[in-house]
Design a protein around this ligand. Structure first.
Ligand code: ADP
Length: 479
């Protein structure tokens, strides 16, 4: 005997054995023709449960699938309200509730049974729920009271040919979540163990469908709440940005005036100062500048958030701008006895098309940081043109930035772990704003640093994008 023949014989034998096994589990031979249809029905019910469709739709589809498969006339599905215990009719098999058919079960659709004791005790379906047990009988009225009156129930039962009614409580874990009432055109005595297995199987599946729908609606509820909270937060955030923008604007004007007068006093415009007076005025100027810089950063952040951060480019002399800031911050470096130097480009850069206020903000932030985070050694400011880029860098011998934190440095409010202990005050906004400004100029930030090894922080902007459209600028690109 060749292998193929042996395999097909064994397969045939296995099929026969399986058939016998199924038949023995099913009980009476009369049930046999329904096995395949039952399995098909279960598969379709499973598919419906797994779909993402609404519970109402899924419930109706399921109650319509059931009579198509088995010798069941139809079913009614009720769901129990989690809070009130009220039983609502969620779906009735369409073949039993045809609209216009005065003797159908359509009266049940959309109806509810209040959880009052009187009403509950009147219905065997409700009894099935309360007692958590299967109720079987032959009077439709006994199951559908009080929704359908006894006289009408009798007529409907005769019209639809209902001979047996069975109500199953639908359970999820140990909780009753509804009831499934089956209608048969045969007597209760004819209901086999197999019929009950099928009814229990369907009831279990319906339980899963109800649970799924509850979880989905809970999830939808949570999503809705999250969306509301999110939109509220956005509103509050926008209000906060508006507030910061207005407050900063109001603060900036008087501070600029104070800064102006302080500088005149410092320069002796109102008479020669004594050493102590000059020192105090120097300190005052420094503090005023710090507040102005912080306000500028805060204003920039609120504009960035509101997507209103625009550049006002004009032809400027970047060397001069850097030189001015270098002179302005000189006293700070001096106070810490740092070697403070400025290295100008080998060839003049000429006029460049940049936003002077914003670039000044970046230059101040970077030099100020270098001085702030360096206690001894040097701070070297360098402006150069190399490889088609304008490079501005500040190199210091300060605390440095841990390499594993480099990725975070340009995030809003981020301050490196070592900086937080050395300099307590600090907003963590300077580098964030600097990057926004530089990237708006189509440039990129430079960061080379390691903890305890000093830092080089700066930016580069392609010369071609910053060049002013003149013959001399074109000449410089070529050079
Ligand atoms: P702030 O200095 O106000 O904290 P910045 O945004 O200007 O905010 O800088 C962010 C962080 O980057 C600082 O807190 C510090 O950790 C680090 N940092 C910036 N420049 C330097 C530097 N030159 N040396 C060491 N750390 C620096």
């Amino acid at each position: 005997m060749n292998d193929l023949l042996l395999i097909s014989l064994l397969t045939g034998l296995a099929g026969v054995l399986l058939g016998l096994l199924i038949a023995s589990r099913r009980g009476p031979a009369a049930d046999a023709p329904y096995a395949l249809a039952d399995m098909r029905m279960f598969r379709q019910v499973d598919k419906m449960i797994l779909s993402n469709l609404s519970f109402e739709y899924v419930a109706q589809q399921i109650v319509d699938l059931i009579p198509a498969a088995h010798r069941i006339l139809g079913v009614t599905l009720r769901t129990a309200d989690e809070r009130t215990g009220q039983l609502d009719v969620a779906a009735v098999s369409s073949n039993l509730n045809a609209p216009g058919d005065a003797l159908g079960l359509h009266a049940l659709v959309g109806s509810a049974i209040e959880p009052t004791a009187a009403q509950r005790s009147g219905s065997r379906t409700v009894q099935a729920v309360n007692q958590r047990q299967v109720e079987a009988g032959d009077s439709l009225s006994a199951f559908e009271a009080p929704t359908i009156k006894a006289a009408t129930a009798g007529k409907i039962q005769a019209h639809l040919g209902i001979k047996a009614i069975v109500s199953y409580p639908v359970m999820v874990e140990s909780q009753v979540v509804g009831a499934l009432t089956f209608y048969f055109d045969r007597s209760t005595d004819s209901l086999s163990e197999h019929d009950h297995e099928i009814m229990q199987g369907i009831t279990d599946e319906v339980g899963i469908a109800i649970e799924n729908s509850r979880l989905t609606s809970q999830l939808e509820g949570i999503n809705r709440q999250l969306a509301e909270a999110n939109s509220h937060l956005k509103e509050v955030d926008a209000l906060k940005d508006d507030f910061i923008a207005i407050a900063s604007h109001q603060l900036r004007s008087p501070l600029t005036a104070i800064k102006g007068y302080l500088s005149m006093l410092n320069e002796g415009d109102f008479g020669k100062l004594q050493r102590e007076q000059a020192a105090i005025l120097g300190q005052l100027s420094h503090s005023t500048n710090e507040v102005i810089n912080l306000i500028n950063d805060m204003l920039s952040v609120s504009r960035i958030n509101a997507q209103k951060f625009e550049l006002a480019k004009t032809a400027i002399d970047l060397e001069e701008l850097v030189h001015d800031v270098f002179l302005e911050l000189g006293p700070l470096a001096q106070k810490k006895s740092l070697a403070f130097t400025l290295e100008a480009p080998a060839h003049p850069l000429g006029q460049l098309n940049l936003d002077p206020l914003r670039i000044r903000q970046v230059v101040i932030n970077l030099i100020d940081n270098a001085i702030k985070y360096t206690d001894q050694g040097s701070v070297k400011v360098r402006l150069e043109q190399a490889d088609g880029q304008i490079r501005f860098t500040v190199t210091d011998t300060g605390i440095g930035i841990p390499v594993d934190e480099h990725d975070q440095m340009f995030k809003k409010f981020y301050r490196a772990s070592n900086a937080r202990t050395v300099v307590v005050s600090g907003s963590g906004l300077g580098l964030y704003v600097a990057r926004e400004i530089v990237e708006k100029h189509r440039g990129s930030m430079i960061l080379e640093s390691a903890q305890g090894k000093g830092s080089t922080v700066g930016f580069s902007i392609p010369f071609a994008t910053a060049a002013v459209e003149t013959t001399s600028a074109t000449h410089k690109v070529a050079a």
